[in-house]
Ligand binder design. Structure first.
Ligand SMILES: *Cc1c(COP(=O)(O)O)cnc(C)c1O
Length: 417
């Protein structure tokens, strides 16, 4: 446990929301504390983690990568093997179970690329809860595979048409819905950010990752030198790091999206770089990519999950104190890491997680060979085929898309006849 103090981590965090949201947030905080002290709730969550999510997820020793890189032993936490393909389900399921305990049968969520919406929709289907997912209209268009899956799980996907019609606007819309319907509705926020108590709640539900790593390493006598995770909003990284924060002999390394370079608008490096500023947005104080007037700047990354202008307040504080080191990986380095681990280990990283893989490749030689670098593979890469294929094998992918269109058009004729 490394809880906030009254919702703050050092100077970051807080609860900067409209008056109408104070009560639902306060109620949530009380309900969460009660649930985490209730054996019955924890037993039920444990059983679901085992039988439905598929925990614990493996900690895989990567022998070929270790040999090629010639430094630390490389271990990979295969969080991408969790049901629905990424760590997001840990938080979504925890919060949905909490909502059920609070007597709320309607769930709302925001989603950017669709991974959090997908996990929440699946959790709601499993628990029999009504689910509405707010998603920017632009994202609905470009993330159709995830929209299709959410609909199969029975969720209603609502395209958001305000602002830039992306993640930030979906968060605003979800907050508005929650403020209007606090009696029967719970808002499942998708990362370790937003107003208190969300950063504490999300970290606790994600810390199952770090607790498993700790146990798996102890059982196998693995001495950890460094842990590396990618940082979007910060949920997989803080859950992975959290049980190790007091253990000062373990380096904790967060990897942000370096995008195509250091210029403004070219990346999502909130902890470093020219546009990184302290600010207050979407209910919390943290570091953001902002212009001189305090407006959110556009961000860029090949991985949708890291393409966000803010970072969770606890990570901002841990970065300020120096406990968590921050670095970044370029789009090109992430793509190289996807190839490296696929070819040498038979493991397909999500593009987000590949940023952590890229940083591990870079620092492998800095860590003695009797120690381990543990990489959190927050998700698996199947979902990225629409992004990686056009890069790795553009012509073949174009042929495929053309033939798919032809096939569908000809089937349309069949239906019309
Ligand atoms: C959403 C996502 C991320 C980024 O979110 P965090 O809250 O920073 O963990 C990273 N990896 C995958 C696979 C994701 O789906």
């Amino acid at each position: 446990m490394n809880n906030s103090v009254d919702g703050f981590f050092d100077c970051y965090g807080g609860k900067y929301v409209a008056e109408v949201l104070r009560r639902p947030l306060d109620e949530l905080e009380v309900a969460f504390k009660e649930a985490m002290a209730d054996e019955k709730f924890l037993d039920e969550l444990n059983t679901i983690q085992r039988d439905y999510i598929g925990r614990e997820t493996p900690l895989y020793f990567a022998p070929t990568a270790t040999r090629i890189l010639g430094g630390a032993k490389i271990y990979i936490k295969l969080e991408g093997l969790a049901n629905t393909g990424a760590h997001k389900i840990n938080n979504a399921m925890g919060q949905c179970l909490l909502a059920k305990r609070m007597g709320k049968n309607r769930i709302i969520a925001e989603t950017g690329a669709g991974q959090h919406g997908l996990a929440t929709a699946a959790a709601c289907a499993k628990l029999g809860l009504d689910c509405t997912v707010y998603m920017g209209e632009v994202d609905v268009k470009r993330q159709q595979p995830n929209v299709a899956a959410m609909e199969l799980y029975g969720a209603k996907v609502v395209p958001v048409t305000s602002g830039s019609r992306t993640l930030k606007d979906a968060v605003n819309e979800a907050m508005r819905d929650w403020a209007a319907n606090p009696e029967n509705t719970h808002y499942v926020l998708g990362s370790a950010l937003g107003p208190a108590p969300f950063p504490d709640i999300v970290r606790e539900f994600q810390s199952v990752i770090g607790r498993e790593v700790k146990k798996q390493c102890e059982e196998r006598g693995v001495k950890i030198g460094a842990m590396v995770a990618c940082v979007g909003g910060g949920s997989n990284s803080i859950g992975f790091f959290s049980p190790f924060i007091e253990q000062n002999d373990v380096r904790l390394i967060g990897v942000e999206a370096g995008g195509i370079g250091p210029g403004i608008g070219e990346n999502a490096t909130r902890m470093k770089g020219g546009a990184s500023r302290e600010g207050i947005m979407q209910g919390y104080k943290s570091r953001f990519l902002l212009d001189e007037d305090g407006q959110a700047l556009p961000t860029r990354s090949i991985s949708a999950g890291l393409d966000y202008c803010g970072i969770g307040p606890q990570l901002a504080a841990l970065g300020k104190s120096g406990r968590v080191e921050f670095t970044s990986a370029l789009d090109s380095e992430a793509l190289d890491a996807v190839k490296f681990f696929a070819k040498n280990e038979g493991i397909l990283f999500a593009l987000e997680s590949a940023h952590a893989g890229a940083a591990a490749i870079r620092i492998a030689k800095e860590i003695p060979s009797d120690q381990a670098i543990v990489i959190n593979m927050s998700g698996r890469g199947d979902k990225d085929v629409f992004i990686t294929s056009p890069v790795f094998r553009r012509e073949k992918w174009l042929d495929f898309l053309h033939s798919e269109i032809e096939r569908l058009e000809s089937q349309k004729d069949v239906h019309e006849k």
